[in-house]
Design a protein around this ligand. Sequence first.
Ligand SMILES: [Zn+2]
Length: 234
Amino acid sequence: MSEIILVVGAHADDVDFSTSGTMSKWAKEGKEIHYLICTNGDKGGTQNEHTPEELVEIRKGEQIAAANIVGVKEVHFLGRGDGELMPDMKLREDIVRVIRQVKPDKMFSFDPANQSFDGFHLFHPDHRAVAISVFDAIYPAAKNRLYFPHLLEEGLEPHKVNELYFYGTKEPNIWIDISDTIDQKIACLREHKSQFSDMRAEMIEQFVRQRCMDAGKEKGLEYAEAFRMISFPF
Ligand SMILES: [Zn+2]
C-alpha cells in the first residue's frame, strides 16, 4: 500500500512555500498526498480589488491549481476566517477529524519550537496556532478513542501518525533533494496570483530558489527542502 502524507497549512500558499518540492517528488514516487488548509483566505492579498467573499473562492481555486501541479489527491479546507485560528479544542478536533479520515503515515506542519519572534512570517498568529494544534492533534488525540468520542459515531476510528515533519524550522535534521522538482515548486507558487504581482512573483522565485540552494548546500545538493522530523514509535 502506498504511503499516505498529510500536509497542513494555515493559508493557501503555505504548503507551496514549504513542501511542494518534496510533495512533487513523492507524488511521482507513488505516495498519496493530501493537503489540509485551515483558513479560507478572506483577508489575504495585497490588492484591494476583491471582496472577502471573492477572495475565498479565488484562493481556493489557486490552491487547487497548485495542488494539481504537484499531483495531490485531495485538498481539504477547514474554511476558518483568516487570522482567526486559535489553538483550542475545536481546531484540534477539526484536525483530528481529517487525520482519522485520511489516515496519514507522515504529516507536515509549522514548527512549534519556533518561539524567537525574530521575524514576522513564521510568527503569524495562524502559523503559531497550526503548529501547536497539529502536534496536539497527533499526540495523543487522534490515536485515543476517548478524545472526541462523537467522531466514533461518524465512523472515524483512532489513527496513529508515525512521523511529523516541521517546516520553516530553525533546526532541521532531514534534507530532501528537490533538484528535479524545483521548477514544479516555482510553478506552484506562481498559481497564487492574487497574492503576488508579476514583479513580486519574480522576487519570490529568486528568494525561494536561493533558500532551497542554501538548504541543499551543506548536504551537497543543488536544491533541498529542510525539515525537523520527530517520530511517534508507539
Ligand atoms: Zn501563511
